[in-house]
Design a binder for this molecule. Sequence first.
Ligand SMILES: [Zn+2]
Length: 467
Amino acid sequence: MPITLDLLESSALPTLLRYATIPCLSPAFDASWEANGYIETAIKLLAEWVNSRNLEGAQVRIQRLPGRTPVLVLDVAATKEGLGTVVLYGHMDKQPPLGEWSEGLHPYQPVRRGDRVYARGIADDGYATFAAVLAIEELQKSSAPHARMILLIEASEESGSPDLEAHLDELADSIGRVDLMICLDSGALTYDRLWITTSLRGLVNVEITVHVLERGQHSGSASGVVPSSFRILRQLIDRVEDPVSGEILLAALHATIPEEHLAAAYQVANEFGDVAGAPMPIINGLDLMGSNDAERLLNRTWRPSLSITGMAGIPAPADAGNVLRPFTTAVLSLRLPPTVSSATAAAALQQVLTTNVPSHARVDVEISGADGWLTPKPHEWLSAAMSLASEEFFGNPVGYTGEGGSIPFLASLGQRYPDVQFVATGVLGPHSNAHGIDEMLDLPTTVKVTNCIVTVIAAHAADKRNS
Ligand SMILES: [Zn+2]
């Protein structure tokens, strides 16, 4: 019998709602995360819940490394030898609330409306621990053969997973060879089918500061004399991005889009319309980027793009005096095509932002990045299992699409285990608002995705037995 909404509600939801009350922000958003202890509280809560499920042959532990966020590790023995290893992945750290949530909603006070629950981190990616464990439980209940199952729930994903490599190094011997990776931290274009992510964009963050003065000066005496740090910053950014079209101008940040991914985007746009643009809460009358629905989807999944995500050195309007400010800082967040190395992109950006700086202003840049990811072609058994699962639990064919975000874990796993097969999926569909205000988890979708995972794991074991 498949997992039901009732089962999710009775066995997992109460603890998921408690998790939702904990402000366990990712270290990038909580420098004192260790002293604040929210990550600790949350990971203990999850570990206790996993322990309480009494999975057969299971070991639950919290792996700790000095100065790093912990990782929750669940290791469930295979039903017999020779069935290989499946790794399931999710994370428990959260994005900050971002701003005021809508009337009646609160980032840390979960609210249920119909079959949807609103709270920060609930869909990205709090549900993952619960979905993974319920899936394993379901396999055990139905006595289905399964591989050794390892669930990894990390706590630094929203900061770009800076702690993950060290944890994977520590776990490498005990994990050994991995056949299949199931990532439960990805998106869905609709709630009517299982969506499999075929690619993710990479990311480079540049914190750039342009200095022109030792201290601010009366703009009456300095303007027209000392060049504005904002104007110089603007020129430097214009080297990276066409200020009119938004196109990224550096060749090193572009990739050739593979034929099948180009075709897939047009196919998705044909069937579902403007999946990239339609869910955006745009203001009335705004023209979107991209010449059509498919090009917008390609912009989001395969093309580089720039967002300015933070600024400093500029007072709020109410505090704005008539001053020529000494410096301006901006954070340039660049999304990269799946196949562009973030190190290559970082080098190109460093070069273009620090060479021949207008007026010989002083420029400081700090750059960090994470690689994107392109899925290997799925084996026949896996495509068949994903199709079957989507048809059975959603009543629709499985969907394949690229995503615009990044999950550093997939890139690093792909490098560690070159032969591994991937299932990257998730519940982040329209209006799930991961990273925005009013984050939402759709419970029926959660149940269906969990059931699909059960089917995939069972199919993996069946393939192992036959080969
Ligand atoms: Zn996530």
